[in-house]
Design a protein around this ligand. Structure first.
Ligand code: SF4
Length: 164
């Protein structure tokens, strides 16, 4: 027992310190709870891995009141990854149309911004913008969880879009 305690004492903390980027315009993080509907429109899953990290105990986005939801009718934000394959055009449009106003769209990753590595393929639309209105684009292949978190914060600080 003592051996174990001595070892614990000598080893100390091995986990890295939390070094979250603080946005000076919003020191308290999110001002209200948010629901996000994510659509994978042909991603390689690299962006999804970074999105999944937002749910882990380090980034803990859900502890700030931000959660991913399945029904688009409950969502404030449509987050899209992937270059939008031709087969995902219709599901993406339908998801967008099912969301209540004011609905916002965030394109995450180079592919969602302009097609990325799939650009000009016969099977894709070169990003989200040719298919639905995009409020904010976050480039990166893939963007980091912290960049995604800050992009979500920024998008809700812009004036609400007037859309039908
Ligand atoms: S931006 Fe990069 S990581 Fe994200 S879907 Fe495209 S290729 Fe994959």
């Amino acid at each position: 027992m003592w051996k174990l305690l001595v070892k614990i004492f000598r080893t100390g903390l091995l986990t890295e310190k939390k070094s979250r980027t603080v946005d000076p315009t919003s020191p308290s993080g999110f001002e209200r709870s948010l629901a996000i509907r994510h659509v994978d429109a042909g991603s390689c899953n690299g962006c999804e891995l970074e999105l999944a990290a937002l749910e882990n105990p380090y980034y803990a986005l859900s502890s700030e009141g931000v959660k991913f939801v399945a029904p688009p009718r409950h969502a404030d934000l449509l987050l899209v990854t992937g270059p939008v394959t031709k087969s995902m055009e219709e599901p993406l449009k339908k998801t967008f149309e099912a969301m209540p106003n004011p609905r916002r769209v965030l394109a995450v990753g180079d592919c969602a911004c302009d097609g990325g590595v799939f650009r000009n393929s016969y099977a894709v639309h070169n990003g989200v913008a040719p298919v639905i209105l995009v409020d904010h684009q976050l480039p990166g292949c893939p963007p980091t969880p912290e960049e995604i978190r800050l992009a979500i914060q920024q998008i809700f600080r812009k004036p609400r879009p007037e859309r039908k």
